[in-house]
Ligand binder design. Sequence first.
Ligand SMILES: Cc1ncc(COP(=O)(O)O)c(C=O)c1O
Length: 422
Amino acid sequence: MASMNTAQKVMVGGVNSPVRAFKAVGGNPLVMAQGRGSKLFDINGRSYTDYCLSWGALILGHAHPDVTAAVCKAARKGTSFGTTTSPEIEIARFIVKHVPSVDMVRFVNSGTEATMSAVRLSRGFTKRRKIIKFDGCYHGHSDDLLAVAGSGVAFLPASSSQGIPKAHMQDTLSLPFNDTQTLQHTIERHHADLACVIVEPVAGNMGVINPHLDFLKTLRALTKKYGIVLIFDEVMCGLRSGLGCVQADLGIIPDLTCLGKIIGGGFPVGAYGGRRDIMKCLSPLGGVYQAGTFSGTPVVMQAGLAVLKNLTPKMYKDLNTICDDFVGRTNLVLRRAKVKAHLVNYKSMISIRFSDNPVDNYAQARQASSDKLYAKLFHHLLRRGIYLPPADLESFFVSSRHSLKDINALGRALQDFFTGRR
Ligand SMILES: Cc1ncc(COP(=O)(O)O)c(C=O)c1O
């Protein structure tokens, strides 16, 4: 059986995406063999309750029977045709029906492609070049969007990637999240050159940060006033709260929305959609080009549809209640024990802060993070058969297949860690 030793000889860091490599927590990354419900099984047969869930993609847990059946059925009919297929149309109709900002949609193969293409579309639509993003938000790894990004980029020494020409970065302005004044000031100053503002409406790549409502409302008002395209990157947070995504939750409707993760049922996927007049600038109707051999391929679309059909109000209510209770109960215990740490969540997206101060932006998130403590916590949990994302500043996730027993085991393990019973 192939081991991590072999993997490290033939793949960079033994992984195909940097954060998987355990660099932030130390030790050898695990090689997984199977997933079922809330559990992952490594190649040695050890099981782990999984709170990484393919980085938030698996809201129904691993190998949900409806998803597996849909995938097998679709695969038997052929895997890719390079033409439009029925499941694409069905899932597009589903998204248009439920996500308030979306009149038309385009499917791609990753969240990175979705955000990169949405930015290009905004530039084509407005004929302007500058973009605003927010410190600590991560929108995938396209050149324009890697400045001061969260997630794995947070561990690079320069908080951005090498290999990106200066010209790409010159048009990217990165501002503090939740800072309405700086936002106002910057938009007033640069509005004539601004094509778009892209934001995770609930940030998840610097841990979970809930937005201040006045910040997003001001962002919506100013972008509308100056004809700047507002892009909500809901690749992670979208569909965590309900079928309408965070925008429906908050009643703030962007011009374009990026989706990914959950809508692919565990397969590579992304989508961007929005106002009809903007989407019509996209080729073949307009002059902004974007294409893909495997975009909207039927197996992925059927997997996504099978997931979406299971996202019922009851599913969300049960899942969100379990998560809110878990966070509330754990925080109470930590407060009583005078531990300088707390959990924060947006529905079933959760993270840990090693501080008792609230965290509203990337600078505060970094202050409330500790690589050392997180590494200890990560390995403490791993020993108890619990798998969290292998880096601080990542969110962790709960699926509809996690039982109360699973969640209580995590709660106990966290309490034991913070009160010294390791
Ligand atoms: C908010 C957000 N946008 C975009 C991306 C990029 O998606 P992908 O990894 O599918 O390229 C991610 C990935 O974690 C994300 O969290």
